[in-house]
Design a protein around this ligand. Structure first.
Ligand code: THU
Length: 130
């Protein structure tokens, strides 16, 4: 299945009764598998999770830790940019040159790399100790 189709389909299952803003995300792992996730809100607002986090969790739960392509879609006027926290999560599992396609329900798309989205990001390299 294409990432666009997977992200669009999973978006329908988003649980977003508080924001009324449904998001779908799909990622392709290095093995070629596709993992999808949607945002899942709850009554304690800050405890909700983003679509990208759900897709990443599905990939990791399946035993994979490298993503090579990302697609995110929502019903907004211009292509949805991943939030700051999701940029950090994507950077944990994807190289800086991995393409992230951001999309609207009306067919507008914009693509940036993970490095574009999180320039100068904090990563595992900084945890190295002499
Ligand atoms: N949301 C995502 O799922 N991904 C993003 O990158 C941006 C925001 C969700 C979180 C919340 O459920 C809703 O969109 C409104 O912020």
């Amino acid at each position: 299945m294409s990432l666009k189709n997977a992200a669009t389909a999973v978006r329908d299952n988003a649980h977003a009764p508080y924001s009324n803003f449904k998001v779908g995300a799909a990622i392709r792992s290095i093995s070629g598998n596709v993992y999808a996730g949607c945002n899942v809100e709850n009554a304690a607002y800050p405890e909700g999770t983003c679509a990208e986090a759900g897709a990443i969790a599905a990939m990791v739960a399946a035993g994979e830790t490298e993503l090579v392509e990302v697609y995110v879609i929502a019903d907004c006027p211009s292509p949805i940019p991943p939030c700051g926290g999701c940029r950090q999560k994507l950077a944990e599992f994807g190289a800086t040159d991995v393409a992230v396609t951001m999309a609207t329900l009306t067919g507008k798309e914009q693509t940036a790399t993970i490095g574009d989205l999180l320039p100068g990001g904090f990563g595992a390299d900084f945890l190295d100790r002499p």
